[in-house]
Design a binder for this molecule. Structure first.
Ligand code: F0G
Length: 456
């Protein structure tokens, strides 16, 4: 394989404050061992999320200066609209402030606020905010992943695929209750795993057979298209734009958080082909977000998105992006650390239960590992296990999400060094108990304390 380097050079830098072990221990104490409560100035490498944390290009910053802040019909809106239409082929386009705003509008238009009782929306795996928005209407949600998608160690190329048999079964038995079918690319909840074109085509066919709209959660549509080009038989010679376009050709609408593959710090998109539903969504947008030509954003945000959505489809960028995530995964695997396999597009998920087997699930091994990564190296990650999911957690994972174009390979090598060092003294890690928690979404604000070693 030819050497892959970062396909950009750095024009503007943001200093990272180097902290000492004592400072980090103090920060952890003050934050009650909740990494969401740590000021980002005290973080050296922030892998909490890849959402809105990427670096914009010089062209995007030029767009920021060009931004026209007229209330209606600004040239920035037209540039944004033309770009999205060109990439997706869909002309019913609404800008929103982020993905979940698109989700809320979609639910209100396709299910109805508070009208979801008795209904159910299938997805390969719903992202948290998608699930929450759908369930907020009273509608149930169901994840229909294939068996291999549910097995973190199964090394399959398209673990995000929808279980087509289960989907047809649902449509056959409860068809009247299904307002739409959703597919999330890439599938964040199981490690940024891709969905194949073949699978999406089959979902389309089932939606046609049972007369259901097919909605794409397209937050990471470009990363998914790159995986298809690399892994799906017969796709190698196609331009990634073509593959991306086919993904959109297959669907009736899409929700997009532009904070991922839109390469911006804030922004979202809602696409709905059906003209009546599009008008209904436009009216709701005006009611709660802003006029149709800015949707709660500024003109400069629309310009940055217009440039970002094009840049993300650059093959040199995608090759580097996916390879740099894979590189981190590869080094951890070589050191015998278990991760969700294969490496996802935007993140590596460490199996914390395997990393510190002496810490039982009730004492939150993921929290223990995430806090230890911060304490020893100033690295902020995110627990995705029993703290976040409670009894619904199938696994105890720690996500290292990689912001786009933000860290160099040397930063990633540092992350690897810290994790390998920690692995050698994993038996020193201690479990946690929760001392205070809110009624819902506890991972954001819960307070923790360490449980002393039994033999200490
Ligand atoms: N869908 C998926 C697949 C996501 O990953 C996210 C956000 C959203 C929808 C919601 O978008 O944040 O712009 O409202 N994921 C972030 C993460 C928060 O850290 O994985 P949003």
């Amino acid at each position: 394989m030819p050497t892959i380097i970062e396909p950009f050079r750095i024009k503007s830098v943001e200093p990272i404050r180097m902290t000492t072990l004592e400072e980090r221990q103090e920060a952890l104490r003050k934050a009650h061992h909740n990494l969401f409560a740590i000021p980002s100035q005290d973080v050296m490498i922030d892998l909490l999320t890849d959402s809105g944390t990427g670096a914009m290009s010089s062209e995007q910053w030029a767009g920021v200066m060009r931004g026209d802040e007229s209330y209606a019909g600004a040239p920035s809106w037209f540039r944004f609209r033309d770009t999205i239409e060109d990439i997706t082929g869909i002309s019913n386009i609404l800008p929103t402030h982020q993905g979940r705003a698109s989700e809320r509008l979609l639910v209100e238009v396709m299910i109805g606020a508070g009208q979801g009782k008795g209904k159910i929306v299938p997805n390969n795996a719903h992202f948290d905010t998608t699930r929450a928005n759908i369930e907020h209407s009273g509608c149930a949600t169901i994840d229909l992943l294939t068996k291999e998608g549910q097995d973190p160690s199964a090394d399959a190329p398209f673990k995000g695929n929808m279980d087509l048999v289960a989907l047809e079964d649902l449509l056959k038995t409860r068809g009247d209750d299904v307002p739409f079918v959703m597919v999330t690319v890439t599938c964040n909840s199981i490690g940024g795993q891709p969905v194949s074109l073949e699978n999406m085509r089959a979902v389309r066919a089932l939606c046609d057979k049972y007369n259901k709209p097919f909605i794409l959660d397209a937050c990471r549509f470009a990363e998914n298209a790159w995986f298809i080009k690399q892994r799906e038989p017969g796709q190698q010679d196609r331009a990634v734009e073509d593959i991306a376009r086919e993904q959109f050709d297959l669907c009736d609408g899409a929700t997009i958080s532009a904070k991922k593959d839109g390469m911006v710090n804030i922004g979202g998109v809602l696409l709905i082909r059906d003209p009546e539903q599009f008008i209904a969504a436009s009216n709701l947008l005006i009611l709660t977000e802003g006029f149709m030509t800015y949707g709660g954003l500024s003109g400069r945000d629309l310009e940055a998105m217009a440039v970002g959505f094009r840049e993300v489809l650059c093959e040199d960028y995608l090759r580097y992006r996916i390879r740099s995530t894979e590189y981190l995964g590869e080094k951890l695997l070589e050191a015998g650390i278990s991760i969700v396999r294969p490496a996802g597009g935007h993140a590596i998920y460490i199996d914390a239960a395997d990393f510190c087997p002496h810490i039982p699930k009730e004492q939150f091994p993921g929290q223990a590992l995430a806090c230890a990564l911060y304490e020893s190296g100033g690295i902020r990650s995110c627990e995705i296990g029993s703290v976040m999911m409670g009894e619904h957690a199938h696994m105890e994972l720690v996500r290292l999400a990689i912001p786009r174009r933000t860290y160099t390979q040397s930063h990633i090598d540092y992350v690897i060094e810290v994790i390998l060092d920690l692995k050698n003294r994993a038996s020193e890690l201690v479990g946690y108990r929760i001392t205070e928690e809110p009624p819902a979404l506890r991972h954001f604000t819960a307070k923790f304390e360490q449980i002393a070693h039994a033999n200490a």
